[in-house]
Structures are given as structure tokens and as C-alpha cells.
Design a protein around this ligand. Structure first.
Ligand SMILES: Cc1cc2nc3c(=O)[nH]c(=O)nc-3n(C[C@H](O)[C@H](O)[C@H](O)COP(=O)(O)O)c2cc1C
Length: 215
């Protein structure tokens, strides 16, 4: 990965609509996304991977009126991912996490698995009834997966553009997402840049003195 290039680069606003991510690269990226860690392994996400014109149009046309500008980015991207997050953690979901952990022999010692499960339940109760931020906390996990996937895309030579410009109610409705217990958190457009429209100006970021405190 060329970090110097990444540090000076604008996010891609214009994709080349004629280019598609090769299937092998896409699968590698999705494999990476699947591997992203989440706090207490809660795995609160479902991802809609839109690679057809129909799928992308369904998203582009349902971003909500004030966000129509993002439609072109989505249509010209090779793929767009709707990153959704659970709104709560029903017992069925938690049991599915634990069943998978047992099946994968995450803890070879069953006593350790039981201990882990009770710690996880405690932690989720704290988020739910103590901090009262269960969905917000899970959405933070989604953003971490977003950031990691953006870096993985860079490594694979794919441009990744996160999009917050959409109306979640509208996107959720278009893909019947709330019916599944999830809601849309953020979008990720993936593809290759339109080189005829690349930004040539420098990026603008605060100086280190405002960002870092050393002790
Ligand atoms: C999480 C996230 C969401 C963003 N959503 C949008 C968006 O919906 N539409 C858009 O045009 N730009 C979007 N951007 C781009 C930012 O506005 C942009 O990265 C920022 O202004 C810095 O500009 P630069 O990338 O050109 O340096 C988003 C960026 C991030 C990190």
C-alpha cells in the first residue's frame, strides 16, 4: 500500500462507470469485511452488496431528495455496499453468535466459552440498560469495519468512497431492511476513478499541533 499517496489523496467523487471490480478482488474484499472484529464479537451487521445496475439504481433513486447528488457516484461505482446494523440484540442473535463460536472452537475449553458468554451478556446489559446506547455502540463497530474495508480496498487498488448523504428511512424502505431488525448506517461506493475528473488541489487537514498531545 502506498501510504504517501493515501495521505495526500482526496476521496473519489467521480467513478469510471465503465470499469468493474474483478470478481476475485471483490471476493477478497468481502472476505476481509467478514473478518473485521467487533466488540464482544457481537457481529451486528448485514451488508447488501449491489453490483448490478438494477441494484445500484434501487439505491441511487432512494437516497432521499436532498441527497440525490450521491446517486451518480453510486451508479458509476462498480459496486455499492449498504452497511446495515442491528437495532437491538435479540436472544436469537446472541445464541447464533455463541453457536458459531462453539462450532468454530473459538474456546477449546467449554468452561471458558461459558464464562465468555456470561461476560458478553453482562456487557450487553450494560450497553442496553446502563449506557442505553446499544444501537449507537453497534454502529461504532460498523464504522470500524468501514474504515478497515477502505484500507483493504486501497491495498487491492480499488477506490472506496463512504457516503453518509442518504436518508436512512428511505433506504431502509427501498430494501425492506427494518423488517430484518437492521437499519442502514453508512454506504460504501467501490470502483475506479474517472481520471478525467480527478481533483488536483491539495487536501486540507489540521496541523499536527491541533491534533496530537504527547506525554
Ligand atoms: C464517513 C464519511 C462520509 C462521507 N459522505 C459523503 C457523502 O455522502 N457525499 C460526498 O460527496 N462526500 C462524502 N464524504 C467525503 C467528505 O466530505 C470528504 O472526505 C471531506 O470533506 C474531505 O475531503 P477530501 O476527501 O477531498 O480530502 C464522506 C466522508 C466520510 C469519511
Amino acid at each position: 500500500m502506498d501510504l504517501d499517496k493515501l495521505m495526500t489523496k482526496h476521496l473519489t467523487r467521480y467513478f469510471d462507470g465503465s470499469r468493474t471490480i474483478p470478481e476475485e478482488t471483490l471476493q477478497q474484499l468481502l472476505k476481509f469485511l467478514r473478518s473485521a472484529p467487533t466488540s464482544v464479537n457481537v457481529q451486528p451487521n448485514h451488508f447488501y452488496v449491489l453490483g448490478t445496475d438494477e441494484g445500484k439504481r434501487q439505491l441511487a433513486e432512494n437516497l432521499g431528495e436532498r441527497f440525490a447528488d450521491n446517486g451518480e457516484k453510486i451508479m458509476n461505482a462498480s459496486h455499492a455496499i449498504i452497511m446495515t446494523t442491528r437495532v437491538d440484540v435479540p436472544d436469537e442473535h446472541l445464541e447464533a453468535v455463541f453457536d458459531k463460536e462453539r462450532a468454530d472452537s473459538r474456546f477449546p475449553d467449554p468452561a471458558k466459552q461459558s464464562h465468555w458468554e456470561s461476560m458478553t451478556r453482562d456487557f450487553l446489559n450494560l450497553r442496553n440498560y446502563g449506557y442505553k446506547d446499544l444501537n449507537h455502540w453497534m454502529e461504532k463497530q460498523t464504522y470500524m469495519a468501514l474504515g478497515m474495508t477502505m484500507m483493504a480496498a486501497a491495498e487491492l487498488g480499488v477506490e472506496a468512497m463512504p457516503l453518509e448523504g442518504f436518508d436512512p428511512a428511505s433506504v431502509d424502505k427501498a430494501f425492506a431492511i427494518r423488517e430484518t431488525g437492521h437499519t442502514t448506517t453508512v454506504l460504501l461506493a467501490l470502483g475506479y476513478p474517472d481520471t478525467t475528473k480527478a481533483y488536483t488541489t491539495p487536501i486540507s487537514r489540521f496541523e499536527p499541533g491541533r491534533l496530537f498531545t504527547f506525554a
